[in-house]
Design a protein around this ligand. Structure first.
Ligand code: ADP
Ligand code: MG
Length: 579
């Protein structure tokens, strides 16, 4: 460990480099001790227009002064950390900034949006110590150091940001406590789902609609219809802080969501998709929780698929391709949806979420008339309707299907919820009557039970983060994709990926997978690789990723890690093997 130097030494050093070339800033790298916290300069940017410099501050428990009850459980600490991170971001935005070149003076933290989950930008330890990671644009005029401005920024502005966002005296403790407790409640609600035989819970009074398709903030105003459970589906769960909470419990099995267009079906499904994550108080979905292994599956034509057994859904293709180890650089709507389901099952999914808006129709249904017109032998697809009960009964995989356009599913649904003017109605008994009064005449088309999918063994060389002379060149391209070495991984159709921070973490997760598990231990299959990475994250947290000091990472599930791996176009399998 380097000896840490006092704040005054940093001030003198910065003032002394006024007007020098930008490279002079390199000298401030390392640890510094300020009167009430430690500062670590991890990386100094090469020039004013490059990615900003990376810094950390460390507050001992007695300085942060967090009340003990906020530290009692991991859930509470995560809720507390997300609150502090949002606060730091907004205070820094207000106080930072100067009129030098590039990003001069900008203090930025990668804080979460509506969701509450472990992030590397802010950590609250069980003893109440706080570590914050952020970036600073070191001030410049042209390419010259603005040393006095930098001294003010790091010597005065930064301590103010810290004092106003990370020290409990300056915080709204009521709001902070609500964050911590509400996060703990959400975890507790989700933990009860299994025992209660539920796949999701949506509390009475929840507010599901969002501002817009690109803004996850809640819709506000009189037009919002608060969620009310149908009486027949109402359950009461116990939250450790809020007490008894009533709402709609969706039982495991096959759930059909029907109703007219624009009546709120997709909005409900979207809330269930996001219910694998917790949300901040005031979001409207803070008491909407879903099976933690629920996966949204959809059609994604054009994606690549590598060695996936899609034979439960797709049989004799016209080109004669083997659908037990199906590969294509350009999947169709139906083959992509089949692959998404099989990949999700491989990664451990226990609930599938499907919306008609993003599903391939020919994958979902094949009705009596089409069966009469196109003979079985000429149709490669075994539609989902012929597997959905088997998935539930034989494999304990539930489904929630938004389908306003086909009544065929009434025959296979356990529960049918109709959305009527944004209000859910339990129409299960009525759906049974309709199904009995109007038989579809459909002939089931499953040729036999689903066979266990063969194991897939990724080939080490095919997971290659290098580019040109660089051993590792990985970055987040935009809100939707990762540049991984020479390849781009498009995750725009993976609806449960939240943020840039999560994409960053996923890209590091893939590197970790290669480094620790593909390089050293011989042949491992996809499941073992996912296990390896997730176990390491379990023990070491987000610092298992990257250099271990990154401030722009957010936790992910093994299901999204699998989604990223499966969309890597260079991926190859070292053969497959029957179980
Ligand atoms: P569907 O899938 O049934 O066609 P959507 O879920 O897409 O309908 O919802 C249609 C519109 O209604 C969206 O703009 C959505 O924001 C809005 N909406 C959904 N639920 C509510 C609600 N509870 N209160 C007010 N508006 C809502
Ligand atoms: Mg819809």
């Amino acid at each position: 460990m380097e000896e840490s130097r006092p704040r005054e030494a940093l001030m003198r050093m910065l003032e002394g480099m006024e007007g020098k070339g930008y490279g002079a800033y390199k000298a401030i790298q390392g640890p510094w001790s300020f009167p009430s916290f430690g500062l670590q300069v991890d990386h100094v940017q090469g020039d004013p227009f490059a990615a900003p410099s990376r810094l950390r501050v460390f507050l001992p428990p007695e300085v942060a002064g967090l009340p003990g009850d906020l530290l009692l459980s991991p859930s509470r600490r995560v809720g507390t950390a997300c609150f502090l991170a949002r606060r730091f971001r907004s205070v820094a935005r207000d106080l930072g900034g100067s009129d030098g070149s590039g990003r001069s003076g900008e203090i930025r933290m990668e804080a979460p949006g509506q969701e509450v989950l472990p992030i590397s930008a802010l950590r609250v330890d069980p003893d109440g110590a706080v570590e914050a990671r952020f970036t600073v644009g070191l001030p410049a005029r042209g390419r010259r150091v603005l040393g006095k401005t930098a001294a003010r920024l790091l010597g005065d502005v930064l301590p103010q940001v810290v004092a106003q966002s990370l020290v409990s005296q300056a915080l709204d403790l009521g709001a902070l406590r609500l964050h911590a407790e509400s996060n703990e409640d959400a975890d507790a609600l989700r933990d009860q789902l299994r025992d209660r035989g539920l796949l999701a819970f949506v509390s009475d009074g929840a507010s599901l609609p969002r501002q817009s398709g690109v803004d996850e903030a809640p819709m506000l105003g009189d037009q919002v219809v608060p969620f009310q459970s149908p009486p027949s589906l109402r359950v009461t769960l116990e939250a450790p802080n809020a007490g008894a909470i009533s709402g709609m419990g969706l039982p495991r099995g096959v759930i059909l969501v029907v109703g007219g267009g624009y009546h709120g079906k997709s909005t409900l499904l979207r809330a269930l998709e996001r219910g694998v994550y917790n949300h901040r108080p005031g979001d409207g979905r803070e008491r909407v929780v879903t099976d933690p292994a629920a996966v949204k599956v959809r059609a994604e034509d054009g994606r690549s698929v590598v060695g996936v057994d899609i034979s439960p859904f797709i049989g004799n293709l016209p080109g004669g391709e083997d659908t037990r180890a199906f590969s294509t650089p350009f999947a169709s709507g139906s083959t992509s949806q089949a692959a998404a389901i099989m990949e999700a099952l491989e990664a451990g999914a226990t609930t599938l979420l499907v919306d008609e808006d993003t599903a391939a129709t020919n994958f979902m249904i094949r009705d009596r008339r089409m069966q009469a017109l196109v003979p079985r032998e000429e149709e490669p697809i075994i539609p989902f309707i012929d597997r959905v009960r088997e998935l539930h009964e034989e494999h304990d995989v539930s489904s929630v299907l938004v389908l306003g356009g086909s009544g065929d599913y009434l025959d296979v649904a356990d529960t049918v919820v109709a959305m009527v003017g944004y209000r859910p109605v339990d129409v299960t008994p009525r759906a049974r009557e309709v199904a009995a009064a109007h038989p579809t005449g459909r002939i089931p088309e499953s040729p036999g039970p689903m066979a266990p999918a063969p194991r897939r063994f990724p080939r080490r060389e095919s997971l290659d983060p290098s580019r040109g002379r660089r051993a590792t060149r990985v970055r987040v391209r935009d809100a939707q994709g990762i540049q991984f070495g020479e390849e781009e991984i498009d995750l725009s159709a993976v609806d449960q990926v939240l943020s840039r921070a999560q994409l960053r973490a996923l890209s590091e997760g893939l590197i970790l997978m290669r480094r620790h598990f593909l390089d050293r231990r011989g042949r491992l299959d996809v499941t073992e690789l996912l296990d390896g990475v997730m176990e390491l994250m379990e023990t070491e947290g987000l610092d298992a990723l990257g250099r271990g000091d990154e401030g722009d990472l957010a936790a992910f599930r093994r299901l999204e890690l699998a989604a990223a791996l499966n969309r890597l176009r260079s991926l190859e399998m070292d053969g497959t093997e029957a179980h």
